[in-house]
Design a protein around this ligand. Sequence first.
Ligand SMILES: NC(=O)c1ccc[n+]([C@@H]2O[C@H](COP(=O)([O-])OP(=O)(O)OC[C@H]3O[C@@H](n4cnc5c(N)ncnc54)[C@H](O)[C@@H]3O)[C@@H](O)[C@H]2O)c1
Ligand SMILES: CCCCC/C=C\C=C\[C@H](O)C/C=C\C/C=C\CCCC(=O)O
Length: 273
Amino acid sequence: MQLRGKVALVTGAAQGLGRGFTEAMLHRGAKVALLDIKVLEGRKTTKELASKYGPDKVLFLPCDVTDKGQMKSAFQQASSHFGQLDIVVNNAGVTEQENWDMVLDINLRSVIHGTLLGLDHMGTDKGGGGGLIINIASMAGLIAMFIGPVYTATKHGVVGLSRSFGTPFHFDRSGVRVCAICPTMTDTAIQPPRVAATPEEQLKADAHWAYTDSQGGLLQVSEVVDGFLQLVEDDSKNGAVMRITKQKGVDYQPYGGGGQGVPYATRKTRSKL
Ligand SMILES: NC(=O)c1ccc[n+]([C@@H]2O[C@H](COP(=O)([O-])OP(=O)(O)OC[C@H]3O[C@@H](n4cnc5c(N)ncnc54)[C@H](O)[C@@H]3O)[C@@H](O)[C@H]2O)c1
Ligand SMILES: CCCCC/C=C\C=C\[C@H](O)C/C=C\C/C=C\CCCC(=O)O
């Protein structure tokens, strides 16, 4: 998909990777609705981007992605403000924490909801023009992050969700590509400090940084954004799971069945047999 003239919605866009994806799309001529629970940061980011790309190109919508009403309303406001919706990036996320219900709600349930809302707004079967949904998973969606079992579970869930909605069964109806991106450790505020407050936290921080350093250190946001743009522009990728690592750069997780999971003959593909 070429970005010029397109409209995107990005969750967790106030900072970090979400801000990076937003700015890259604006730079290529898209308009973007920025959603975030952090209202001050969200407004500040939007103001900065408005002064660089034009106030008509951005819209900030305060939104807690775990609140179904707020999410539904934000999607409606983004679509009606810009007159269309072409790309949804389910990016908002948090790292492992004691309140594991919250990790599940933000990292998985809201991504499921954001994907369903994206299909409702963009699906050709729902009166939309088709489009693209990119779900931000993590390498922890493909391998076990031993200091983050719940985080790992949510990111594996995001990968599975994206692969399933990325099968021809769904694409034939909706015209919406659904893909996931799995970056390894990236230099954003989600990263824990090297020096922690308690011995237990220090044990985790030491394990985390030993692993990260052994993998060549942190990715920069720009490296993940480069992969993101590649996925946006490559219309052949549906149900694809992009990996981004310091050692191998951008590549795709290999799966049997050409990345489409269990072979499935849809009405359209059957009629061509
Ligand atoms: N940084 C990494 O190492 C890394 C690696 C792989 C994947 N990821 C994933 O990338 C995504 C972005 O993370 P980041 O590294 O930019 O972190 P970040 O903390 O810099 O940004 C996350 C953003 O999500 C927002 N957010 C959190 N909870 C929210 C909620 N309930 N509703 C709305 N917005 C909410 C935050 O306010 C923040 O702006 C996350 O899904 C994360 O799991 C990060
Ligand atoms: C002390 C808490 C650390 C929390 C880490 C913060 C964010 C990480 C986000 C990334 O999405 C993780 C990406 C890849 C991790 C994959 C495997 C790591 C294995 C080693 C480990 O458990 O740290």
